[in-house]
Ligand binder design. Structure first.
Ligand SMILES: CC(=O)N[C@H]1[C@@H](OP(=O)(O)OP(=O)(O)OC[C@H]2O[C@@H](n3ccc(=O)[nH]c3=O)[C@H](O)[C@@H]2O)O[C@H](CO)[C@@H](O)[C@@H]1O[C@H](C)C(=O)N[C@@H](C)C(=O)N[C@@H](CCC(=O)O)C(=O)O
Ligand SMILES: Nc1ncnc2c1ncn2[C@@H]1O[C@H](COP(=O)(O)OP(=O)(O)OP(=O)(O)O)[C@@H](O)[C@H]1O
Length: 451
């Protein structure tokens, strides 16, 4: 039977969700079209105790509502409907914000205006969640630390290790690269599988709307459910301060590729988890006070991951080709991570990691120009702020081993003279600052730059 066009649909339906034998099934549909079923598989998950059922149900509801964004985007119809009870008003307002900003880049590229279009229906009020300690046996103090294959989460692992925290390295999906990083941490590991509905890919082939989604929000909701199932009391992401900055402004609205890695999401989601899932379950980012450069400086202190990690997102595609090398060398993420690590590592070590010198390749000038916001905007990728990239270039221009490399010399000769030298200093960008939700006992390990 021919698939209906989701762009012509009247409503997006949250049909049902359930959890049994380690599998969460999340079901959606456009109008009366075929069901879109996503499955999330939690290996060897212990049977949830009856007493912890309330937290499980609430975490499952949250995951169902958040993961719907992958499917909703295929049609962005004007109505959203729930067949199960609709979320309470506070959750509905959170979802409005998440879908609007999390789909900001998608809307920009598809020339859609989603303002006023995304309205989650609000159902009955619900009671505040009890602590896990009152919903069953209290979990020991244990942290789930999500691993993304890149430098950030590995910095968090080392912070947790230094603080003597009991942590489990966890990742979603089937990336062998992430698995190798998780193994290298030496921590206990947990791999959660996620199977998107194949109907989404059929819709995509037919020309449905497509584009970027707030994947960190989805991973966050999966890991909160995992914390309830496996008995952890904290989920510690590795999202840095720089992730809160918009990629660009369009029609007066900030558009941020990394919106669900930002502070606004962390705060709202973390509070919702406490109020709706369990009052003693903490969701936070351990790296929130740090800039990308500060994270790079911390990563450079450890050589343990040099031959396994990669921040190049081309490795993490579900579909489509993956790069022949761990670092493709062509994408904004490769350019930025090379530039951010360069001031903090011996040059031979960095060249060994990447297998080449990206800053001595004049053909890459446009890519690096976008990072420093020179004649272009910041790329739609997880990269630091323009000020951080400019400061890294300035630091390299002052070092004999880098100053003659093509792009560093070009920066010094052509671009730096147009900039305010006071804004190019590294130390200010390395100091921790800003808001965070880091538990008190871990704060010294993040905020004290020398630990
Ligand atoms: C790996 C990657 O960067 N993928 C982005 C890419 O997708 P592509 O088509 O090249 O490959 P796939 O990832 O295999 O996706 C296939 C289709 O499936 C859709 N999809 C995938 C996962 C999901 O959870 N929901 C989905 O609907 C996807 O849209 C494809 O149609 O381009 C896409 C369009 O721009 C991006 O959406 C893909 O991004 C992935 C979802 C992804 O995991 N990206 C992260 C590396 C990423 O961008 N992280 C951001 C954080 C953003 C946030 O706010 O959370 C970052 O680190 O900055
Ligand atoms: N597949 C995944 N499973 C679980 N968590 C993930 C996954 N991919 C990314 N994350 C988490 O999402 C957050 C943002 O990812 P991001 O790619 O910025 O981090 P990273 O891979 O650790 O470092 P880098 O910025 O160098 O790529 C991190 O906390 C990361 O651990």
């Amino acid at each position: 039977m021919a698939l209906p066009d989701p762009r012509a649909a009247r409503a997006f339906r949250f049909v049902r969700r359930d959890y049994a034998d380690g599998v969460a099934s999340l079901v959606y549909a456009f109008d009366d079209g075929p069901e879109l079923i996503e499955r999330v598989v939690f290996p060897d998950a212990p049977s949830p105790s009856l007493r912890r059922a309330a937290a499980l149900e609430a975490a499952l509801d949250l995951l169902h509502a958040i993961a719907g964004v992958s499917y909703y985007k295929a049609g962005v119809p004007g109505a959203i409907a729930f067949e199960s009870p609709a979320p309470d008003a506070a959750t509905a307002a959170f979802l409005d914000t998440l879908y609007l900003h999390g789909l900001g880049e998608f809307a920009y590229h598809n020339r859609l205006d989603l303002r006023g279009r995304i309205r989650f229906p609000a159902g009955a009020a619900v009671r505040a969640a009890a602590p896990l300690a009152e919903q069953g046996s209290a979990p020991p103090r244990r942290t789930l630390v999500p691993i993304g294959g890149g430098k950030d989460s590995l910095v968090s692992v080392e912070i947790l290790r230094a603080a003597g925290e009991d942590a489990t390295a966890v990742w979603v999906g089937q990336s062998p690269l992430i698995a190798a990083c998780a193994e290298r941490t030496g921590l206990p590991t947990l791999n959660i599988r996620r199977e998107l509905s194949p109907v989404l890919f059929d819709y995509n082939k037919l020309g449905a709307y497509n584009g970027h989604i707030p994947v960190t929000a989805i991973n966050s909701a999966i890991l909160v459910l995992a914390a309830v199932l496996y008995g952890h009391d904290a989920v510690a992401f590795s999202n840095e301060r720089s992730a809160s900055s918009a990629t660009l402004e369009y029609e007066g609205q900030p558009v941020n590729h990394q919106w669900s890695k930002g502070w606004e999401f962390e705060r709202a989601f973390g509070e919702l988890v406490r109020e709706r899932v369990a009052a003693d379950l903490r969701y936070y980012s351990l790296l929130r006070p740090l800039s990308e450069l500060a994270v790079a400086e911390r990563f450079a202190r450890h050589t343990r991951y040099d031959d396994v990690f990669s921040s190049c997102n081309r490795n993490f595609r579900i579909l489509g080709p993956k790069p022949a090398d761990r670092w493709c060398g062509q994408c904004p993420k490769c350019h930025f991570v090379f530039l951010a690590l360069a001031p903090f590592m011996p040059k031979p070590r960095l060249l060994a990691i990447f297998g080449r010198n990206l800053l001595d390749d004049a053909t890459l000038a446009p890519g690096f120009d976008a990072l420093i916001e020179y004649r272009d905007h910041k790329p739609f990728e997880c990269v630091g702020e323009g000020a951080e990239s400019r400061a890294a270039f300035a630091a390299l221009a002052a070092r004999a081993e880098w100053s003659e490399d093509a792009l560093v010399a070009r920066f010094a000769d052509e671009i730096a003279p147009q900039l305010d030298a006071a804004e190019l200093a590294l130390p200010a960008l390395l100091a921790p600052s800003g808001e965070h939700r880091i538990p008190v006992q871990l704060q010294p390990f993040v905020l004290d730059a020398h630990r």
